[in-house]
Design a protein around this ligand. Structure first.
Ligand SMILES: [Zn+2]
Length: 176
């Protein structure tokens, strides 16, 4: 692993630790906390998207809107959403210079898209490979965390368990 990749992973884990999300992972909760932390809300929506489109992020003057594919597995949805969240955590900018083309393409699918405020979109197919790899790294870190912790804390886990009871585990098993 290169030193820049290690630095990226360390930076992402630090950000995720600060968000203090608890297992099992709730994607809307992760987005809400991150939106609050940076003072700019993230709106999460599912939609039947064109085939092979996993998720897209619309950047508006008011908020970021992550739209993800409704017709796929929950694991795939989580991965796609955290990839998009990764772009936002790393401060990536929309890579669609032609705002009008974005609008023409998406307005039929998303009549509620706040077109007046739209600045651009981040898409998985975007051409900036370095940014794509970095966003993918964020998604992999979250997937590694959830695959361990969702197993340790199955459904029905009581998040109100006193911290000293689960402290030993969460110390070691926090963001990997
Ligand atoms: Zn992407």
């Amino acid at each position: 692993m290169s030193s820049s990749n290690r630095a990226l992973r360390a930076r992402v884990r630090e950000q995720l630790r600060h968000l203090n999300v608890q297992p099992p992972l709730q994607m809307d909760e992760l987005c809400r906390r991150f939106g609050e932390q940076r003072g700019r809300p993230i709106d999460l929506q599912s939609l039947v998207l064109p085939a092979r489109t996993t998720a897209v992020t619309f950047v508006t003057s008011e908020a970021d809107i992550i739209v993800y594919q409704r017709e796929t597995t929950r694991a795939h949805q989580h991965f796609a959403c955290t990839h998009e969240l990764g772009h936002l955590m790393l401060g990536h900018q929309p890579d669609t210079p032609d705002r009008e083309a974005v609008l023409r393409f998406w307005q039929d699918l998303m009549p509620n898209l706040p077109s007046k405020h739209l600045q651009g979109a981040l898409m998985r197919s975007c051409s900036d490979h370095a940014n794509e790899r970095a966003a993918e790294t964020v998604a992999r870190i979250v997937r590694a965390w959830t695959s361990v912790l969702d197993h340790l804390y199955p459904a029905g886990y009581d998040p109100d368990t006193p911290p000293w009871v689960r402290g030993g585990l969460s110390e070691r098993q926090g963001w990997l």
